[in-house]
Design a protein around this ligand. Structure first.
Ligand code: GCU
Ligand code: CA
Length: 137
């Protein structure tokens, strides 16, 4: 089952402000990170099993320019993501990625690499991965 981690709910951290001025978010608000390199949104997730998990990051980018970020798992940069424009700050989209997680807690940090910082971040969904192939059929 998918577990949702809201950006505004500790132990998640936001290098900026938790805001609620753009509608359409889940929970009580979203992370408006500072517009700066390294102004991160971080989640602590719990994986039920070791394997390839799928994360879904819900975000809004009301500008016309994509915002890139590194995805850092337990301090290790594992991939780069690009958060393309969504058309408006009130229009939210979900970007997915596959990440390898060990069972137990991990930190997942979205670390912007551009001077615009992150898009607004609503939540991170975690779908635990498969440990093997699906059965035949
Ligand atoms: C606007 C918008 C914010 C957003 C910011 C940005 O100020 O209202 O929600 O975070 O732009 O460019 O990052
Ligand atoms: Ca911002």
């Amino acid at each position: 089952a998918t577990t949702r981690y809201e950006a505004e709910t500790a132990p998640a951290t936001c290098d900026g402000l938790i805001e609620s001025n753009h509608t359409g978010y889940s929970g009580t608000g979203f992370c408006n990170g500072d517009n700066a390199v390294g102004a991160a949104s971080q989640f602590t997730v719990s994986a039920s099993e070791t394997g390839t998990a799928t994360i879904g990051v819900r975000y809004a980018n009301g500008t016309t320019t994509a915002r890139p970020a590194d995805l850092i798992v337990n301090g290790v940069t594992v991939l780069s993501m690009s958060f393309e424009p969504t058309g408006a700050w009130t229009t939210w989209a979900t970007k997915t990625a596959a990440v390898q997680l060990d069972s137990g807690n991990s930190t997942i940090r979205l670390d912007p690499t551009g001077a615009d910082g992150l898009p607004n971040i609503d939540y991170l969904d975690l779908e635990p991965g498969d440990t093997g192939p699906p059965p035949d059929g």
